[in-house]
Ligand binder design. Sequence first.
Ligand code: ZN
Length: 186
Amino acid sequence: MKCDYKINGGVVSLSSVHQAANAAVRNLLIDFGIVFEALVGNVLYTDSSTDRTVLLTDFNHRCCYCEKKLTIDTMEKDHLIPMNKTYVGLHAWGNLVPACHSCNSKKSGKEWMSFLLGKCGGKKGKVFTRRHNMIIDHVNKYGYDQLTTTNIRKISQLANDLHRDVVLSLNQIHDKYQRNMYKPFL
Ligand SMILES: [Zn+2]
C-alpha cells in the first residue's frame, strides 16, 4: 500500500481513508445517540431554532467555555465528549453544549474539562467552578450521567472495530483499483 496515488486525477491518500473511517465512527455514535435518547426519554436533538434556544437557555445564552454572549445564529453546538473513537461521545442532549466559534474550533477533539481549565487560566477557582457546574448540571438534566462505564467500554469496542474495518476495506478497494488503473490505456 503506497501512501498516495492518483485515480481519475484525484489523490486518494491514507489520510482520506482515516477521514472516511472517522466519519463512519461519527455516524455510529449518532445511531447510538438515537438509541440512548430513546432509553432515557429524550426527544432527539435536531439543531432547529427551538432546540438551539433550549440549549442556550441552559447556559444563560453564553458560550459554556468562555461565557461569551451567544444567539441562535452565532452559537455553535459542541459535543462535550468528542465523537471520535478515543472518547466515544454520543449525539445526545446531555452531550451537546453551546460554544462560540473560537472555543469550538480550538477545542475540536480535545477533552472538555482540561480545555475549560485552560480557558480559566489553569486555575480551579470561582470562574472554573461556575462554568464546570453549569456543564455538569446540563449533563445530569438530560440523563447523560446514566451512560455507564460498561456502556462506554462496549461502545468504544464497536467504534474501534468499525474504524479498523473501514480502513481495511477501503485499503483493499484502493489496492484493487490501483491494480487496474492502466487497463483503459492498454
Ligand atoms: Zn467561547
